[in-house]
Design a protein around this ligand. Structure first.
Ligand code: AMP
Ligand code: GLY
Length: 425
């Protein structure tokens, strides 16, 4: 079977790596991929936003199954395009991808189907939004409606910050049309967790819970990033809470989608806030998370091709999904200055040396391989992943791996996984 993985981040490297373990897979194309995927797959230089180009490539190369990493092609309707051409692709159709593509749609959906989420208002005029902020007072969360590469959300601790966020989104139009409308939400406190779930539109099966680390610096300080590290299974989601998430969030979401006439196939990502036993949905994404995928997939025992095929064929209920009874963690190494501004093209050394330690795996993201050297090519450069029995041990191992890897101005957090150590399990 020939498979294609669309995207170029650490998540996509993890998908390619997992698929490379399948006996059913004979060839993998990573489009466009990175230096890491290039070692185990064939990288093809087509942008993940070029739907027409991706379709032609899939047709000309007889791709049997396509996986989509990032949200933009899903929201643009790549699944519909491939299906109309008779090609197999794993992911939700455009109508379902609105759960990530429009925060206004997602909030309205949650309200309609009684799925717990922060209270909110929608605005299409900056003046009205600012009046509302002055009336309500901080803290508040201001969100651009559409896709903003993870940068459209501001958790505003003061009124001034909230007003600045409205101006950035609606007046300066920093995210273009994605900022035509904004959602202003009540600010929730608590601990965040991610639950990814497989669904074929009839059955929904949660994966192991994980926890991302969004802020750039230790102790959750600094600006939000795409994610500086992750671990799973997150102890903050104990077995009772897993049941509660299934009952209060996953099942009502699936039932709501059915009532809307949407058959959702693929991975549903729920970003959750947990406080004193109360669970709220912060956001839906319509794909695997990054970096959560890099800790969840290594613990999945099933062949990913089997899972995707069962979902596409609508028989997820007949498949048992099994997990390793282990833990995993990933520490992301980013370019200095990320997420604001950073340089590219720095030489990276020590990737192989890190992988030779214990059973570490380096999932690459913003990397290129030029003239026999790895070079940085993005904000999040790579992640060092460790799997084992205890968090304490795998945190140490992952950081031993990080110590082996060098590029100038490398930046990483020193406290990835520490919350698991004070966790409840
Ligand atoms: P989102 O893309 O909507 O998940 O927002 C990005 C990040 O902003 C989340 O991971 C949270 O850290 C934070 N966030 C979003 N909504 C809220 C909220 N209502 N209360 C507190 N924090 C939030
Ligand atoms: N880790 C956050 C995301 O994938 O959106």
């Amino acid at each position: 079977m020939k498979v294609m993985v669309i995207g170029s981040g650490g998540r996509e490297h993890a998908l390619v790596w997992k698929l490379s373990q399948s006996e059913k897979v004979s060839q993998i194309y990573a489009v466009p991929g990175n230096a890491g995927t290039g070692k185990i797959a064939t990288n093809v230089n087509i942008s993940s936003d070029d739907l027409a180009g991706l379709l032609v490539f899939a047709q000309e190369n007889d791709i049997d199954l396509t996986f989509v990493g990032p949200e933009a092609p899903l929201v643009a309707g790549i699944v519909d395009t491939f299906q109309e051409a008779g090609l197999r692709i794993f992911g939700p159709v455009k109508g379902a991808a609105r759960l990530e593509g429009s925060k206004v749609y997602a909030k309205g959906f949650m309200k309609k189907y009684g799925i717990p989420t922060a209270r909110y208002e929608v605005f299409s005029e900056p003046g009205q939004a600012i009046d509302y902020i002055k009336k309500t007072g901080a803290p508040l969360v201001v969100k651009a409606e559409g896709l903003a590469a993870g940068k459209g959300v501001t958790v505003a601790r003061t009124e001034a910050e909230a007003i600045k966020a409205v101006e950035k989104i609606m007046v300066d139009a920093r995210f273009g049309r994605a900022g035509d409308r904004i959602v202003i939400e009540e600010c929730l406190e608590g601990e965040e967790a991610t639950v990814l779930a497989f669904t074929d539109g009839k059955t929904i099966v949660p994966m192991l819970p994980s926890q991302d680390h969004k802020p750039a610096y230790d102790d959750d300080q600094g600006p939000n990033t795409g994610g500086m590290g992750a671990y799973g299974p997150a102890p903050v989601v104990d077995s009772e809470m897993r049941e509660q998430i299934y009952r209060e969030i996953l099942i009502p979401t699936l039932e709501g989608l059915k009532k809307e006439g949407i058959v959702y196939k693929g991975v549903l990502y729920t970003g959750l806030m947990i406080e004193a036993g109360k669970i709220s949905v912060l956001e839906y994404n319509v794909r695997f998370g990054d970096p959560e995928t890099q800790v969840v997939l290594p613990l999945l025992k099933n062949d990913l091709v089997d899972v995707a095929t069962a979902i596409i064929e609508g028989r997820l209920d007949q498949l048992e999904i099994n997990w390793e009874n282990k833990k995993s963690i990933i520490v992301i190494m980013a370019s200095g200055g990320y997420p604001v501004s950073y340089e590219k093209g720095k030489v990276i050394t020590g990737i192989e040396e890190a992988e030779d330690l214990y059973n570490l795996k380096v999932f690459q993201a913003g990397t290129k391989f030029v003239d026999g050297k790895y070079l940085t090519a993005g904000g999040r450069v790579l992640g060092v992943m460790a799997t084992g029995d205890e968090f304490k041990e795998i945190i140490e191992r992952a950081y031993d791996g990080v110590e082996k890897i060098h590029f100038s101005d490398a930046h990483y957090r020193d406290d990835i996984g520490f919350k698991a150590l004070k966790g409840v399990e």
